[in-house]
Write a protein that binds this ligand. Structure first.
Ligand SMILES: C/C(=C\C(=O)SCCNC(=O)CCNC(=O)[C@H](O)C(C)(C)COP(=O)(O)OP(=O)(O)OC[C@H]1O[C@@H](n2cnc3c(N)ncnc32)[C@H](O)[C@@H]1OP(=O)(O)O)CC(=O)O
Length: 257
């Protein structure tokens, strides 16, 4: 029996997915990709899960695609073909995904960081779009990184492949917060707790909204946004939130469909 490279646990509405392949720095091997994808699917399907925390053991969050497995790869090989599915699962997850990093991220690992909704990293963590340094292109990850990171920084960091620190990552929009290592758990928890306060369906729809292309002008967007807004004011979830406000109590959310 092979050892698990990804651990999955659920407590108090939070699914924790832990990458645990320190010998190869959590490189995205076929086994790790499969287990990570299965864990993300499990969290999505479980009504008890409200928020997903993606984290790791060891000094590295993720070193990107498994370069040993990629040796001798043909253009149609599975490795690169399967990776987009993981980014897609994180990006489109109806439950918010919080990434917690105490160790470094490179290439595909940075693509996952960018896909997450909230990212907290220790000050010591470094990042790099190291693809060009090994003669490959940050193609797949560009789809999650470019919507988050300011264009001038992306231009510089994609082309140079230079290592940058957590403070710079926060400055350019790749992560939310760089914190002292001893505050990492507490700061992550603060975000997780805040996310559990929102209505599950409202959170899922807000994620979709944030990922949608902007209309050319506000006037172009008002009809659709009015429809969405009215739908949620009238929904069971919206009505429960409004009743709870009036009754000065916490809302009793039911799982999103
Ligand atoms: C998604 C797309 C592309 C990609 O993702 S391509 C991947 C590019 N990734 C990299 O270039 C990172 C390579 N790794 C490193 O730079 C360093 O390992 C590290 C992450 C900075 C950690 O350094 P550290 O000193 O802690 O560790 P070692 O370098 O000594 O490595 C230990 C051990 O782990 C193996 N390993 C590291 N990274 C990988 C990897 N990516 N794949 C496979 N194995 C890896 C390393 O070989 C060592 O193994 P030993 O057997 O012990 O020698 C494309 C798109 O977006 O389209």
């Amino acid at each position: 029996m092979t050892d698990e490279l990804v651990h999955y646990s659920v407590a108090s509405g939070v699914a924790t997915i832990t990458l645990d392949s320190p010998h190869n720095r959590n490189a995205l091997s076929a086994q790790l990709r499969r287990e990570l994808s299965d864990s993300l699917a499990k969290a999505k399907a479980d009504d008890a899960v409200r928020v997903i925390v993606l984290t790791h053991t060891g000094r590295v969050f993720c070193a990107g695609m498994d370069l040993k497995e990629a040796k001798g790869a043909g253009a149609g090989d599975q490795g690169v073909n399967e990776f987009p599915r993981i980014l897609e699962q994180i990006w489109t997850s109806p439950k918010p995904v919080v990434a917690k990093l105490s160790g470094v991220a490179r290439a595909g690992g940075v693509g996952m960081v960018a896909a997450a909704d909230i990212v907290v990293a220790a000050h010591e963590v470094t990042f790099a779009f190291s693809e060009v340094r090994i003669g490959v292109v940050p193609a797949v990850i560009s789809l999650t990184v470019l919507p988050r990171v300011n264009p001038r920084a992306a231009q510089e960091l994609f082309l140079t492949g230079e290592v940058f620190d957590a403070a710079r990552a926060a400055e350019i929009g790749l992560i939310n917060k760089a914190v002292d290592a001893d505050r990492l758990d507490a700061e992550t928890d603060r975000y997780v707790q805040a996310l559990t306060l929102g209505g599950p369906a409202a959170l899922a729809a807000t994620k979709q909204l944030l990922a949608s292309p902007r209309p050319a002008t506000p006037s172009d967007g008002f009809p659709d946004m009015l429809k969405l807004s009215a739908q949620f004011f009238a929904s069971d979830e919206g009505q429960e939130g409004i009743r709870a406000f009036a009754e000065k109590r916490k809302p009793n959310w039911v799982p999103a469909d």
